[in-house]
Write a protein that binds this ligand. Structure first.
Ligand code: NAP
Length: 323
């Protein structure tokens, strides 16, 4: 039975309205070199960060700081702008500053994969690390994007991947890859990979053939209306893992006329909250959800990886919603 999350249309509170330093500030490598001085105005030591280039847009502090407060942990989670050539020094400085861990976003997920001392099976299969725990100076990598997306789908549609026929649109990027690997690990009923650069989808399919168990369940198509149309009758879950829908005037990731009432549509895009694809899907009578749940759940799983305890999900959700 489909259960509609009550929170999905809530606006996110702009950082400036919260008044919190962590909500507004983005730190740099120079700050990291003088960490106690740079962070002296924070009420707790900054020992967690999201690193990226750019990173100022990241909403992770809005969910992780309320989680730390709710769990009674003394620590702040901050944004850290590191360029690719700054990554190695940045990681060494975080270690020296006694960080608990960090999240990595674009463009660092691949480089961090290569930099960690060990990693989870999920991270190894996805080939990217978005979460690192620093345990006694050892970097342990994990990927919470894929299991986070799976939880978000379960919450949005009360559905398990194992029973679904899935089309991943944008299977050439990191997020599409994470979704496809999760589908294969869960041995979903059918997995169709669609991508503009179709060679990337073929390469991914070749990697997933063993994991999915039965190569007949796997198909690759170009990102073309006709090819999608031929598949969509037999698809339950459509996933938009392209960045289309974020900008005014973007092309449709999936042409609206192809969406049917039986489809579940998961758009990884979460800004605007009611994405263009969601609106198009709902007009066609389909159920649709934005990517905010994926953001929440990957954060919750990261919290659990760092602290080995259940994440305070309510605080994290409220933090994201700005309430
Ligand atoms: P990425 O690595 O840059 O991949 C982008 C994908 O979109 C590729 O498959 C690319 O196709 C396709 N694409 C881009 N522009 C296109 C266009 N104009 N026409 C057709 N295909 C196009 O990006 P990513 O990191 O995977 O992120 C993808 C999306 O997921 C973004 O919107 C991101 O914000 C979202 N995301 C959300 C969450 C969340 O927590 N909700 C987490 C991660 C990512 P080619 O291979 O042909 O280039």
């Amino acid at each position: 039975m489909f259960k509609e999350p009550a929170w999905r249309f809530f606006p996110l509170t702009p950082a400036a309205q919260t008044g919190s330093l962590w909500a507004m500030r983005t730190y740099t490598l120079d700050d990291l070199r003088n960490w106690p001085t740079a962070t002296r105005d924070l009420s707790n030591p900054a020992r967690l960060a999201v690193i990226g280039d750019p990173v100022a847009h990241s909403r992770s502090p809005q969910m992780h700081n309320p989680a730390l407060r709710a769990a009674g942990i003394d620590g702040e989670y901050v944004r850290l702008h590191l360029q690719p050539e700054e990554l190695e020094e940045g990681i060494a400085l975080m270690k020296a500053a006694d960080f608990i861990g960090f999240n990595a976003t674009i463009p660092h997920k691949g480089a961090v994969f290569a930099a960690v001392d060990g990693m989870s099976e999920t991270a190894r299969r996805i080939g990217a690390v978005n979460t690192v725990a620093i345990r006694d100076g050892v970097l342990v990598g994990h990927n919470t994007d894929a299991p986070g997306w799976k939880e978000a789908v379960r919450e949005a549609f009360s559905a398990d991947l194992a029973g679904l026929r899935v089309m991943v649109v944008g299977a050439g990027g990191g997020a599409g890859r994470a979704a496809a690997v999760q589908c294969a690990m869960d041995r979903c009923e059918r997995l169709v990979l669609a991508n503009r650069t179709v060679e990337k989808a073929h390469a991914l399919a070749a990697e997933l053939r063993d994991a999915i168990g039965d190569a007949g369940r796997l198909a690759v198509i170009p990102w073309e209306e006709g090819a999608m149309e031929r598949e969509l009758d037999g698809i339950d879950l459509i996933v938009n893992a392209t960045s289309m829908g974020m900008k005014e005037g973007d092309a449709e990731a999936v042409p609206q006329r192809l969406i049917q009432p039986h489809h579940l549509v998961y758009d990884m895009v979460y800004a605007p909250a009611r994405t263009r694809l969601m609106a198009a899907a709902e007009e066609r009578g389909a159920k649709a959800e934005n990517g905010l749940g994926m953001l929440l759940w990957q954060g919750a799983l990261a919290f659990e990886f760092w602290f080995r305890r259940e994440a305070p999900l309510v605080a994290m959700r409220e933090g994201l919603l700005g309430s």
